[in-house]
Ligand binder design. Structure first.
Ligand code: DC
Length: 219
């Protein structure tokens, strides 16, 4: 039986960490849609295309092949997973992700992936747009401070020197753009289950989601 799980929520709520673990438990393909928007941003920066040059961006995307292999993202056969975490990408990605034409192209690719396999997909518009009919929808949240702290530790672990106050500022700015853009803003789908992860550890969140999925599958 094909299964689809949608996970939405703001940056740093723990979506990707949780989704990867739930994917392992239920043998699902993990699709990180934020990484797809980051890959477009990466390519746009490389090609020096501003977020205002929409036509040029669309032609660029037409030439790009985005593939997930396990937890890695390949852009035209090159593994760019590590590059996608760079602060420069995080800073600019919301601008590119706000462009309706880009969203339309990526949503189409995301739906195609979900048609062909069992997936757990995380992002901002999965439960509301991409997989509207998904039987499992979760909305993960956490306070902005907690989310900034997690991003800070994550980047430090990767050896990237960062300033906590700047991360917090960028997270709040990204929340604002993601929640207030005209096209497919971040919001909880009416039928999504909200989980506040501020005071939960990873295992607790994975356990909670897994129980909900198992309960529904067994009824
Ligand atoms: O989850 P993330 O931080 O890697 O996402 C990067 C950006 O992409 C984020 O600012 C919001 C945007 N995004 C989106 O608009 N829709 C998605 N489905 C996933 C991400």
């Amino acid at each position: 039986m094909k299964l689809s799980v949608a996970i939405d929520g703001p940056a740093g709520a723990g979506k990707s960490t949780i989704a990867k673990l739930v994917a392992k438990r239920f043998h699902l393909n993990y699709i990180n849609t934020g990484a797809m928007y980051r890959a477009i941003t990466y390519a746009a920066i490389k090609n020096e295309i501003s977020h205002e040059s929409v036509e040029e961006l669309c032609s660029m995307i037409d030439e790009l092949k985005i593939e997930f292999k396990g937890e890695s993202l390949y852009l035209n056969d090159k593994d760019i997973t590590e590059d996608l975490c760079l602060p420069e990408i995080a800073k600019k990605v919301s601008f590119y992700a706000s462009i309706p034409e880009i969203r339309k192209m990526l949503v189409k690719q995301q739906r195609r992936i979900a048609e062909n396999s069992s997936v757990i997909m995380d992002g901002r518009d999965i439960g509301t747009v991409v997989l509207k009919d998904a039987p499992f929808k979760f909305y993960l949240t956490a306070s902005a401070d907690k989310r900034a702290e997690r991003r800070y530790l994550e980047l430090q672990e990767k050896g990237i020197e960062v300033d906590y106050a700047k991360i917090l500022h960028d997270i709040k700015q990204r929340d604002h753009i993601d929640m207030n853009r005209d096209v497919d803003p971040l919001r909880k789908a009416e039928d999504a289950i909200e989980v506040d992860t501020s005071d939960m550890n990873i295992e607790e969140v994975v356990e909670k989601l897994s129980c909900i999925i198992n309960n529904k599958l067994n009824h």
